[in-house]
Unconditional design. Structure first.
Length: 143
C-alpha cells in the first residue's frame, strides 16, 4: 500500500510569523534575565506588533472583509492594552515615542483628539519624570 501525503508549502506569512514568534521567545528569555532593559522591552513590543500585523494579513486572505476588520481592531486593541501596561512602569521618552508612533498608525481607531490627548499625557508624564530625577539629583528644574 502506497501512502501519498500532500505536503503544502507554508505561505510567506506563516513562515514570517514563525520567525517572529522565535524572536519574541528570545526577547522574553532575555527580559527574564534583564527585566529593566528598555531596549529588550521595545524590541519585544516591536515583534508583537509585527506578529499581529502578520496574522492580520494572513487572516484577511481567508476571512470576509468585514470579519477581517473586526479581527484587526481586536488585535489593535490588544496591542494598545500591552503598550498601556508597559507605560505604567516604563515611562522613558523612548517608550512614549514608540507608543505615540504606534497609535498614529491605527487608522481604524485614529482620531486627532485622541492623539492630542496622548501627547498631552506624555508631556505631563515626562515632566513629572524629569522633576523626580531632578529631586533625586538635588537640583531644581526651571519651568
Amino acid at each position: 500500500m502506497v501512502v501519498t501525503m500532500l505536503l503544502t508549502k507554508p505561505s510567506f506569512s506563516q513562515v514570517r510569523a514563525a520567525i517572529i514568534e522565535k524572536k519574541m521567545a528570545i526577547y522574553l528569555k532575555a527580559l527574564e534575565h534583564n527585566p529593566d532593559n528598555i531596549e529588550l522591552l521595545l524590541g519585544y513590543l516591536h515583534e508583537c506588533q509585527q506578529l499581529w500585523e502578520c496574522v492580520s494579513l494572513f487572516l484577511s486572505r481567508f476571512s470576509p472583509p468585514c470579519h477581517s476588520l473586526t479581527l484587526d481592531i481586536g488585535r489593535a486593541d490588544k496591542m494598545v492594552q500591552v503598550w498601556e501596561q508597559v507605560l505604567q512602569t516604563k515611562r522613558q521618552p523612548e517608550v512614549w515615542e514608540l507608543y505615540l508612533a504606534f497609535r498614529k498608525q491605527l487608522f481604524a481607531s485614529f482620531s486627532v483628539a485622541d492623539i492630542v490627548a496622548l501627547y498631552s499625557k506624555a508631556m505631563v508624564d515626562l515632566q513629572h519624570r524629569k522633576d523626580a530625577l531632578a529631586r533625586v539629583a538635588g537640583t531644581t528644574t526651571i519651568a
